[in-house]
Design a binder for this molecule. Structure first.
Ligand code: KG4
Ligand code: ZN
Length: 339
């Protein structure tokens, strides 16, 4: 079969990224620019600032991706682009660039769901991984358990009813003065803390695999504020370790339950929170105890990047024949099952 090169473009949040991937599995380049520094003083992503930076970054990013891969646009077979879910102004920048290139060079345009991209990061890390498998997607905007029945065929078995896991990390980090993004900061601080120091609530729904992190987030923030009001000292590492233990316990428990229910023995992680060291270790342990094979992308492929979009685009084009016209629009909210 002829070699296929996909160009993946991602701009749904604060990372602008473009990447060239060979046959859906081999990363030839992965250029990433981020406006993260700009958002730090606000404690979270400011959509308008992110959009402006995407405009500045997008063309140099695509040029770098092509140059690093040692190819030109003429060599590209498909252009994959994230069209949702995400920040609408941010998405529009990557989408407009992708449409312009598709039109100018007559390259088919492939619409990619952001979560599908995250899941596909596992195909880059593990060239032999094939559906069916189960994937826990945990990021700043999503916490979902997804059955990947085939390439491009997904069933959402459980999702958060309120905050995403990454959102809880970011908000607690802000309360503790650890800055944005909260995930890496809490992950680091937790290494020095005692995960059993405080018992924070873990929410379970009866006969349902959904998550809820809002109660946990509020409990941690209340603990910090009340302790401060009493004039008592807070052990930041202990709070971080205890909060993280609660998040990881819930994420792992529901994922293993879902895998057993579905009879799936291959489980994967995806999304920014999948970079978390405690989650990776706990999931690996639980998978081993249940005779399941565990997959997780290297941290740079867990957070937003163009390579995961390029991989997803390969399968969407070649396997699912999913293409879009120049009328493709960005969407802030769209379920994985709607694609
Ligand atoms: O996937 P991503 O880059 O963007 C979204 O699609 O949301 O995920 C970003 C989220 C942020 O909430 C960030 O705090 C979290 O992933 N994150 C982590 C870690 N690294 C990033 N959460 C926990 N531990 C980490 N090491
Ligand atoms: Zn993401």
């Amino acid at each position: 079969m002829k070699d296929i090169l996909t160009l993946g473009i991602e701009s749904s949040c604060d990372e602008t990224s473009a990447s060239v991937v060979l046959n859906g599995r081999k990363v030839l380049s992965n250029a990433i620019s981020t406006s993260l520094e700009l958002h730090k003083e606000y404690g979270g992503v400011v959509p308008e600032l992110a959009s402006r930076k995407h405009i500045e970054f997008i063309v140099p990013c695509i040029e770098k991706a092509l140059k690093d891969a040692n190819v030109t646009l003429k060599d590209i077979d498909y252009i994959g682009v994230t069209y949702g879910p995400g920040l609408i102004g941010a998405l529009l920048v990557g989408l407009s660039a992708a449409k312009a290139l598709s039109w100018a060079e007559n390259i088919p345009l492939v619409p990619i769901h952001h979560i599908e991209g995250h899941i596909s990061a596992n195909y880059l890390e593990y060239p032999d991984l094939k559906p069916p498998f189960l994937c826990l997607v945990a990021s700043g905007g999503h916490s979902s358990i997804v059955a990947v029945d085939d390439y491009g065929k997904y069933r959402v078995l459980g999702a958060t009813r309120d905050d995403a896991a990454g959102e809880a990390y970011d908000k607690i980090s802000r309360t503790l003065g650890l800055g944005y993004p909260g995930g890496p900061a809490i992950d680091k601080a937790a290494k020095e803390g005692n995960p059993e120091a405080m018992q924070f609530p873990r929410v379970h729904f009866k006969d349902c695999l959904d998550y809820s992190f809002s109660g946990l987030k509020t409990a941690v923030i209340n603990y910090v504020n009340t302790t401060k009001m009493k004039g008592e000292e807070i052990s930041v590492p202990d709070v971080c370790a205890s909060f993280q233990k609660a998040v990881v316990d819930i994420l792992v428990e529901n994922t293993i339950t879902a895998a057993k229910k579905e009879g799936l023995t291959h489980i994967a992680l995806a999304g920014g929170v999948a970079a978390n060291s405690a989650l990776r270790a706990a999931m690996e342990k639980a998978a081993g105890e249940n005779n399941m094979t565990f997959y997780r992308p290297t941290p740079i492929l867990c957070t937003d990047n163009g390579a995961m979009i390029a991989s997803a685009a390969y399968y969407a084009a070649v396997h699912n024949k999913r293409f879009a016209g120049l009328d493709l629009n960005a969407v802030a909210t769209i379920s994985l099952e709607e694609i």
